[in-house]
Design a protein around this ligand. Structure first.
Ligand SMILES: NC(=O)c1ccc[n+]([C@@H]2O[C@H](COP(=O)([O-])OP(=O)(O)OC[C@H]3O[C@@H](n4cnc5c(N)ncnc54)[C@H](O)[C@@H]3O)[C@@H](O)[C@H]2O)c1
Length: 335
């Protein structure tokens, strides 16, 4: 088999618990940095994902990608049902199928919910490492759900965090988040914010990780030199950032093709005529490859607009598979 992938004849089933044992944020950040570079250099194959609306519930996403240089391809199949939490289920559920790219043989089938939480935050950490000021230490989390937790984990790997302000439209969710995370991160000072503005004023880093359809960030609240990871919205009509913020900022995207199709944060101000398409054209992988600038001044506001792309899932799945095989984790089955 190509590229050091472990030899195996069976397909490995990896549950969430298995992935929690084998997938570390630190390793995932490096895997995502590597694949974002490959993606922007044209070394991967990835159609824009196929979204199937599910009336009354949400949507299903089919997300295929091939990474020939890593010897793998695969697909993530997920449902995004925003009201699931009201029924006691996570908003995002699904599976990843990982194939070997010589013969197409299925190497593994794994839970996609945990993988998505880790790879999305790892991508934001990659962008933060490339774009944020090195001394950024005050984090604002807008939204206190699954992604907020993984973003706290990821950003603490790449910047010297000291304080975290948390706002969620559901106060109880934010309170519970702070209670749990302050036990896990005694080195950080947590603060329950009364509003998005209260959380954002004074922050060096802002992560918007909500299911909001309308802006939760206003340019007037932002500190000079802030870096924003805008993660939540992924339809042309939905956004978390106001037009003024996107217009003022140096904007980097994960995929320019996907962003122009899915990111309301960028599409709405583009349609308003606030800027031309060149303002939202540059990819984080191009910055990592050294072919586009990242931050160009200390005072500049930088925005990483993430819609989430399948190469990230397949790279993270490959990492998890490789670690699981070497640690003897998972359930091998003959299909
Ligand atoms: N970019 C990507 O790659 C990517 C990947 C996974 C998920 N997402 C998106 O990220 C978002 C968060 O995902 P999650 O799994 O953490 O969901 P979640 O349901 O666990 O958390 C979302 C939180 O946002 C809060 N919220 C909703 N509206 C708000 C508002 N106006 N202000 C403050 N808080 C608000 C909710 O109360 C909830 O606690 C979703 O929109 C999801 O689709 C993006």
């Amino acid at each position: 088999m190509m590229n050091n992938l472990p030899e195996a004849t069976m397909t490995l089933i990896l549950t969430r618990q298995h992935l929690e044992q084998v997938l570390t944020m630190r390793d995932c950040i490096e895997a995502i940095a590597d694949v974002m570079r490959r993606f922007s250099l044209g070394e991967t194959v990835m159609p824009v994902r196929l979204m199937t609306p599910v009336p009354g519930r949400g949507s299903h996403a089919a997300m295929p990608a091939a990474i020939p240089g890593l010897g793998v391809l695969g697909i993530k199949s997920i449902t995004i049902f925003p009201t699931n939490p009201e029924r006691g289920a996570p908003a995002i559920l699904g599976l990843v199928i990982l194939n070997e790219s010589n013969t197409g043989r299925p190497l593994a089938v794994m839970d996609a919910a945990y993988l998505t939480a880790v790879r999305t935050a790892a991508a934001s950490a990659v962008a933060t490492r490339a774009l944020a000021r090195p001394d950024a230490s005050a984090l604002a989390l807008i939204g206190a759900g699954v992604q907020a937790g993984s973003h706290l984990w990821a950003l603490s790997e790449v910047r010297p965090l000291r304080s975290v302000a948390v706002y969620d439209i559901d106060r109880l969710v934010a309170e519970r988040f702070i209670e749990t995370k302050s036990r896990r991160h005694p080195e950080l000072t947590f603060r329950l914010a009364a509003s998005p503005e209260d959380a954002i004023r004074g922050a060096d880093l802002v992560c918007t990780v909500t299911t909001s359809q309308t802006p939760v960030v206003d340019l007037n609240w932002l500190k000079e030199g802030v870096h924003i990871n805008a993660v939540g919205a992924h339809t042309p009509e939905a956004r978390e950032l106001d037009s003024a913020t996107v217009t003022a900022a140096r904007v980097l995207v994960d995929s320019r093709e996907a962003a122009l199709k899915e990111a309301g944060d960028l599409i709405i101000p583009l349609q308003e005529g606030r800027f031309g398409a060149e303002h939202i054209r540059d990819e984080i992988g191009e910055v990592l490859a050294g072919i586009k600038p990242g931050r160009t001044s200390d005072a500049q506001i930088t925005v990483y607009k993430s819609v989430g792309i399948a190469v990230q899932d397949i790279a993270a799945a490959r990492l998890a598979y490789e670690r699981a095989v070497s640690l003897g984790v998972g359930v091998p089955v003959e299909l």
